[in-house]
Design a protein. Structure first.
Length: 351
């Protein structure tokens, strides 16, 4: 009966809009007024927990990247480089700066693509992120590529009514895979192997040019969708809607993806991870691969996940339904893990 009732609600459910990371996020936040000028470095502690030989106290550190760098969904908003970026002062760049006593300029922004890093104006009046780099920059961190591949927008469009489908955004489509794989060709895979790979490679090359004296650390994405080994026997599906939804209330930390799409989107993310690692290797940049090490901590996991599940909010009449900030993004535990891995890489490079 619930599925039948939800069928009436599908016109509203089709309007699910992710806030922040993907194409939907850009559309949602683009109207916000920028708060430029360029953010100034955050204060440097005179007594950090660690000091590095090749990155002395107060060395210039610039953080670039998208929502996974910006700490999207975490508390303590920094309001930089604009409120629309949903940047948190609890993101991994702030943690790295505090650990090593570095002067941080954090221009990370939810929804950023490679173009926004190197040449685009993501918001009116806000210059490309790369403009924060200079000859005096000593450390650069970056997470990018997910929005180029539209990984998060795609995931938002794959929310399903059951483990067997259909997906909200497709008219009777049993899964997202069925809409992206046509005549044996995977459109997402093609995009990642071509446009996304080129965008990442170009971004890394431009960063090396703009900050020739900097250590560059390129952080990958943690697992959002688990591999077969870490997928429960009964699957990952946790519904984003229930009977209470009829009164405008939604379950929290759900995982509303079909069994087919969990496997499919895992493979898509694995492809993005491989492309990113290859681009970093070609550019001579340190790639911190956290995909394999977080398979047991994906949003599918119910115990100590590093990535938050899906929680929805809706209007009283359910004509508009949005993902809550932080859905399918690292939670506090996850960001702490990312900071730990980046710190290890910085430590090995700057001793």
């Amino acid at each position: 009966m619930l599925v039948a009732v939800l069928g009436v609600l599908v016109p509203g459910l089709v309007g699910v809009v992710p806030v922040g990371p993907g194409a939907g996020g850009g559309a949602t936040v683009a109207a916000a007024a920028p708060s430029w000028p360029v953010p100034q470095p955050f204060p440097v502690s005179s007594d950090p927990p660690e000091r590095l030989t090749d990155l002395p106290l107060g060395s210039e550190y610039v953080a670039l990247g998208d929502s996974y760098s910006a700490g999207y969904g975490l508390a303590d908003p920094s309001h930089l480089p604009t409120n629309a970026c949903a940047q948190s002062a609890r993101d991994y760049p702030h943690r790295i700066a505090a650990r090593f006593g570095l002067a941080l300029t954090d221009v990370t922004c939810a929804g950023a693509t490679s173009t926004d890093v190197v040449s685009g104006h993501q918001f009116h009046g806000v210059p490309p992120q790369i403009s924060a780099l200079s000859d005096s920059t000593r450390l650069v961190t970056l997470t990018i590529g997910g929005n180029d591949a539209d990984l998060f927008g795609t995931a938002a469009s794959c929310l399903a009514l059951s483990a067997k489908g259909p997906v909200f955004s497709g008219r009777d489509a049993p899964s997202c895979e069925s809409t992206f794989v046509r005549d044996g060709e995977d459109q997402l895979a093609t995009r990642i192997d071509s446009r996304v790979a080129l965008g990442i490679a170009t971004t890394l090359a431009r960063i090396r040019q703009a900050a020739p004296n900097a250590i560059v650390v390129f952080l990958g994405y943690p697992a959002i969708f688990p591999d077969t080994e870490h997928t429960p026997e009964r699957g990952c599906f946790r519904s984003a809607v229930d009977l209470a939804t009829l009164a405008g209330s939604f379950p929290t930390n759900s995982y509303p993806f079909t069994d087919t799409d969990v496997a499919y989107l895992h493979d898509v993310q694995a492809r993005l991870d491989t492309v990113s690692a290859d681009a970093a290797r070609a550019a001579g940049v340190r790639f911190v691969d956290v995909f394999a090490s977080t398979q047991a901590r994906s949003a599918c996991a119910t115990e100590r996940p590093y990535v938050a599940g899906v929680s929805l909010d809706g209007s009283g009449d359910l004509q508009r339904i949005d993902m809550r900030p932080g859905a399918l993004h690292p939670n506090e535990r996850g960001v702490a893990y990312l900071a730990k891995r980046v710190a290890s890489a910085v430590r090995s490079l700057a001793g």
